[in-house]
Design a protein around this ligand. Structure first.
Ligand code: ATP
Length: 365
């Protein structure tokens, strides 16, 4: 298997920069998700790694070897597309074995490797069936089998579950991660779906307009978003932002939201006066009559085990995730208390997290 190293990768289409200065490493056996909305440069990044698109500048290393200008066929990478094109006139066995046949691998070895792959994917019972009669999930597995059978150095996957319905997608997310745990193939996986990325990846690169906003583990990205964009993109509902204007001094332990002082993780750098935002995830809010931060209930969304309650405050609408066992009246006045240790602070102008005791390790470590 292989390490993929990307250095200052850039792709320009005419005047438009689709990917700007991307730098990251996917270690041997790691699963990286490139996550972001449509048009942010995920596919272009993947196509450059595959050798299907030449970068405008920057370098791509596969296991330490500079492959930036190598042809796709010389890179020993398997690319799994969104639409799995299987050969309808061939059975499952022949579909999976086809890449080996084209490489001139001896028949006995093809048979052995196809059967080993089918066992791994738990489709050995359908090897002699025609692919045209297969259900969606089995078709996906056959297509994966065709990619795995070559034993490539790494896998690149572009929204492979994009066309599936929600229920089946969940099954395949679990299966793909299971498969990864078994074969430990270095994988770069493109998706716009945060749930897929969080559930499968060891590392996530969150992209926005061709730029990697944050690269880290799912836990780091969720609990210490480096920018307001990441905080807003990840989480459902996303992080709440309470905007305020103030100067913040190094060592400060609280911020003033109007008349209300809210405790925050220790601020590590002086911040000039400007617009700042306090970031709080819905699950880090509870209702407390003692809190000076007041608001009125705007609405609630029942989710079974919990509920999302929206509260109108002087700092805007705030959504809290609360136990489902209490009913709230629309217009009811409530006090909001935040879990201080989990609060984030952002500079609204740059959109970046303000260095604090919560963030210092993530941003400067
Ligand atoms: P999607 O999920 O919609 O494919 P993405 O994040 O994968 O989104 P890319 O396909 O990488 O985005 O495209 C990034 C930007 O580059 C888009 O604005 C797209 O229109 C543009 N782009 C991609 N390929 C080309 C091309 N060959 N010529 C011109 N512009 C391109």
């Amino acid at each position: 298997m292989a390490e993929i190293r990307i250095e200052n990768l850039r792709k320009q289409f005419g005047d438009f920069a689709a990917v700007e200065n991307s730098t990251f490493v996917t270690h041997d056996g790691e699963f990286l998700a490139l996550l972001g909305p449509s048009g942010c440069g995920k596919t272009t990044t993947l196509r450059m790694i595959a050798g299907l698109e030449l970068p405008t500048s920057g370098k791509i290393y596969l296991d330490g070897e500079d492959v930036t200008f190598n042809r796709a066929s010389a890179r020993d990478i398997a690319f799994v597309f969104q639409l799995f094109a299987l050969y309808p006139h061939m059975n499952v066995r022949k579909n999976i074995g086809f890449p080996l046949l084209s490489q001139g691998v001896p028949k006995a070895e093809i048979r052995e490797r196809v059967e080993e792959t089918a066992r791994l994917l738990q489709i050995n019972h359908i090897l002699d069936r025609s692919v045209s009669g297969l259900a969606g999930g089995d078709r996906q597995r056959v297509a994966l089998g065709r990619a795995i059978v070559r034993r490539p150095k790494c896998f690149l996957m572009d929204e492979p579950l994009g066309t599936l319905d929600a229920e089946f997608r969940e099954v395949m997310v679990h299966e793909l991660r299971e498969l990864h745990n078994r074969i430990h193939a270095t994988t770069v996986y493109v998706t716009h779906d945060q749930h897929e990325a969080m559930a499968m990846a060891d590392k996530i690169a969150v992209m926005n307009h061709g730029i990697i906003e944050q690269f880290g583990t799912p836990q780091e990205i969720y609990s210490r978003p480096a920018t307001m964009y990441v905080a807003d993109f990840i989480g459902s509902p996303p992080m709440n932002f309470l905007r305020f204007t103030s100067g913040l001094q190094k060592g400060a332990h609280s911020v003033s939201l109007g008349d209300v002082e809210v405790g925050v993780p220790e601020v590590r750098e002086d911040m000039a006066v400007g617009e700042l935002a306090l970031g709080v995830r819905p699950e880090h809010i509870r209702f407390s009559d003692a809190s000076a931060l007041r608001g009125s209930v705007y609405g609630s969304e029942y989710l079974g085990t919990n509920q999302i309650v929206a509260v109108e405050t002087a700092n805007g609408l705030i959504k809290a995730r609360l136990p489902a066992n209490r009913n709230f009246r629309i217009g009811e006045t409530v006090g909001l208390e935040f879990n201080q240790a989990k609060l984030a602070l952002f500079d609204c102008k740059s959109g970046r997290a303000v260095p604090s005791s919560l963030y210092s390790e993530a941003l400067h470590g």
